[in-house]
Structures are given as C-alpha cells and as structure tokens.
Ligand binder design. Structure first.
Ligand code: FAD
Length: 383
C-alpha cells in the first residue's frame, strides 16, 4: 500500500465512515436498488452525522475536517453504495459550497446549514436536453421583471430531481454574450412553477433519483441570484473543480469494491483443480487492478490537498476525475470477467458495480471534456 500520510483525525473519520457504511448502509442496498427507491431517511441521517460537512466551516453546519476527509468519506460510502455518491456534491461541494463562496450572507445562512446537515436535499442544475458538455449553450432563460426573475426552461439529467428541497440553476439572462450571458440562481420548493420527472430506466445508480426539472414561469426573487448577472459560467466552472473531487473519490470507492470482490472470488473459485487466482492471466488482472487503485488514490489525494491549500485545482481535478473514471470502468469490466457467468448475475455484487462504473465517465464532464481541459493546459493554450 502506498503511504498516503493521513492525519490521525482523517484516518479516524475514514474508519468511522467505513463502519457506518457496513453497518447502516449495506443492509439497504439490494432492496432499494431493486425498487429504484431513494433512501431519503438515510441521506438525512448521513447529514446529521456530519458525513457531508468535512470541507465546510462549522459556522455553516460543517465539521472543518477538510477536503481529504471529504474524499475519504466519499470513497467509503461509494464502495458500499455508489447510488449515494451524488449526495457528496448536492449536499456538500457543488450546491452548498458554491453558495458559501458566492452567495450573500442571507443565502448562506438560509441554505448552507440545511443542505450540509441533510435537512434539505439539494441539486446543481447545468445540463439541458440539448446542452451537456457545452454548458454555454444553456437555453433556460431568466427574464427580469421588477425585483423578480421569471425562469423558463428544462434541466435534464439532474441528480435529486424529484426529491430536492432547494438547489442551484444556471440560466441565460443575456443573449448577446455566450459565456457572460449566464447567471446562477438558488431556487427552492416554495418558488411557484417548478415540476420534475424522474428517469426510471437508466443503466445504473438505480437508487439515485435522476431526472428533469422543468421551470414554467417560475418566479424567483432577485435576492436568490448568486453573484452579479453574467457571472454564472465562471462560478459553475469553479464549482466543478471541487465537484470532481467527489466524483473521482466515488469512482475510487467502486474500483475498490471491484478489486475486493475480484480477490475474494479468485481465491475461492476453483477451476482445473486450483483457485483461479493461481492462473497467471487472472493474476495479471488482479495486479492491474491493484496498480490502478493506488494510482487513483494518489491523484484523488493530490487534488484534495490542492483544494485544501486553496490552490488552482482545475488541472488536478480534471486529471483525478479522468483517471479515476477510466480506471473504474476497466476494473469493473475485469471484475465481471473474473466472476465468469456469475459476474453477469444480479445475485453477485459486480453486475451492479459494472453498471454504476460507467456513470463516472459521463457526470461532471465526460472523459473527452477532461482530456480537453488537460491538453489545453499542457499545451499552454490555457492556464
Ligand atoms: C447519473 C447522472 C447524473 C447526472 N447528474 C447531473 C446533475 O446533477 N447536474 C447536471 O447539471 N448534470 C448532471 N448529469 C449530466 C452530465 O453532466 C452530462 O450528461 C454530461 O456533462 C455530458 O453531457 P451530454 O450528456 O449532453 O453529452 P454531450 O455533451 O452531448 O456529449 C456527447 C458525446 O460527445 C462528446 N463531446 C461533446 N463535446 C465534445 C468536444 N468538444 N470534443 C470532444 N468530444 C465532445 C462527449 O464527450 C460525449 O462523448 C448527470 C448525468 C448522469 C448520467
């Protein structure tokens, strides 16, 4: 194992999260995944226990344990149930932390503690039916009317779409500026004109409610605007630098679950009179999986450390997210291979891990988008 030099506090938080995941989360997984049911009570309990608050200040409901602790907790929870991974952004890094960094004092006190402590479920809505990677193609419109904005448009593929209490939505306030014409708003259930629809038939993450949020003449008070008009694109890009920590750490959790399952099976399943783990081609897979686990962990912790020090983290976030999501897809594929036909059965864990792994290459910027971010900076076209 690579020595990742955690502080005693970080190691204790990781161990407590692992214990909670095994004791309180694992017994719920199979039933909720089969029913495609979101465990709302569990999500609230995780908030009350401080699992979302590591990177947030105590004044606003956090624990101040830091970004490394956030990554460790995310990994442990995702290792047991990846459907809960998105909560580490909607309740921590993307939704509340964006309000914390760019909101008014009233916005911070109204929204951040409730989200971080799990009292309210959050969302972070950028994607639209025709605009995902190209965030600046946002068409949801916010039209100013006196001291209010009227929102019209549809957000697609939004985590927590049908269970949210409050969240952030990116909308166009000016047609003349592609990037500078976007503005971020915080909305909650009390704003009239919001409906939602869940995508029930997605490939994985069956207990995570993903769907559309539709704004139909939704009235939002002016005081719900986050930052000045025209700053939305810049704010959400900065949020994604942080959000990619949760995604990379979540992918690492799934990767670890695949490796552990693969090792157990390779030691116990016999073919040709010996455990399949004795065959060199199976060992090659196990070795590759172990290397990818360690490499991913180092990149996740490096990104966390940069965020903790307040350094620019666009590059480290893109590298960690890209590597983790490509690695987890490879490792999940090999885990299914090691299990043979039992890898193809929902009665064993790796089928779910295989389905869940694919999401990591898509959410919070696809692998192609991460490659672009990394290459543009490596070539010196962007800083
Ligand atoms: C389970 C799940 C949860 C999600 N949760 C949220 C959420 O909470 N909030 C939210 O806002 N979004 C969310 N998303 C949406 C996700 O962020 C987008 O799907 C993602 O950004 C890609 O957008 P798209 O699907 O429109 O694909 P597109 O942008 O249409 O891309 C399609 C393909 O084209 C490639 N491509 C696009 N542009 C380029 C380019 N310039 N160069 C090379 N290749 C390119 C992409 O890499 C991809 O392979 C979620 C998605 C999933 C699957």
């Amino acid at each position: 194992m690579v020595d990742c030099t955690l502080t005693p506090e970080e190691a204790a938080i990781r161990d407590a999260a692992k214990d909670f995941a095994e004791r309180s989360i694992r017994p719920l997984v199979t039933d909720h995944e089969a029913r495609r049911a979101f465990p709302q009570d569990l999500a609230r309990e995780m908030g009350r226990l401080g699992l979302f608050g590591c990177a947030l200040p105590k004044t606003y409901g956090g624990t101040e344990a830091g970004f490394t602790a956030h990554a460790l907790v995310t990994e442990e929870i995702s290792r047991v149930w990846s459907s809960l991974r998105h909560l580490f952004n909607t309740q921590a890094l993307t939704c509340p932390m964006t309000i914390l960094h760019h909101g008014t004092e009233a916005q911070k006190t109204t929204y951040v503690p409730k989200l971080v402590m799990g009292e309210w479920m959050g969302f972070f809505a950028l994607t639209e039916p025709h605009a995902g990677s190209d965030v600046a193609a946002t068409r949801t419109r916010a039209t100013r009317r006196g001291n209010r904005y009227i929102l019209n448009g549809t957000k697609a593929w939004i985590s927590n779409a049908t269970v949210f209490d409050a969240g952030l939505v990116l909308a166009r306030t000016d047609d003349r500026e592609r990037y500078g014409g976007l503005t971020l708003f915080v909305v909650d259930r009390s704003c009239p004109g919001i409906t939602a629809r869940e995508y029930r038939e997605k490939l994985g993450h069956h207990a995570s409610p993903t769907g559309e949020i539709i704004f139909d003449n939704c009235e939002v008070p002016e005081e719900n605007r986050i930052g000045p008009e025209g700053t939305g694109f810049r704010i959400v890009m900065e949020s994604l630098d942080r959000g990619r920590l949760s995604v990379a750490a979540g992918a690492l959790g799934v990767l670890r679950a695949c490796l552990e399952a693969g090792v157990d099976y390779a030691r116990s399943r016999e073919a040709f009179g010996k455990p399949i783990g004795r065959f060199q081609m199976v060992q090659e897979r196990i070795a590759e999986m172990a290397v990818l686990e360690q490499a991913t962990r180092l990149l996740v912790l490096d990104h966390a450390a940069r965020l903790q020090r307040g350094e620019p983290a666009t590059m480290s976030g893109a590298i960690a997210k890209y590597h983790a999501s490509e690695a987890v897809v490879k490792v999940a594929n090999w885990a299914v291979e090691i299990f043979g036909s039992y890898g193809y059965s929902e009665e064993y864990p790796v089928a779910r891990l295989f389905r869940d792994a694919k999401m990591y290459q898509i959410g919070e910027g696809t692998s192609n988008i991460q490659r672009i971010v990394i290459a543009e900076r490596t070539l010196g076209f962007k800083t």
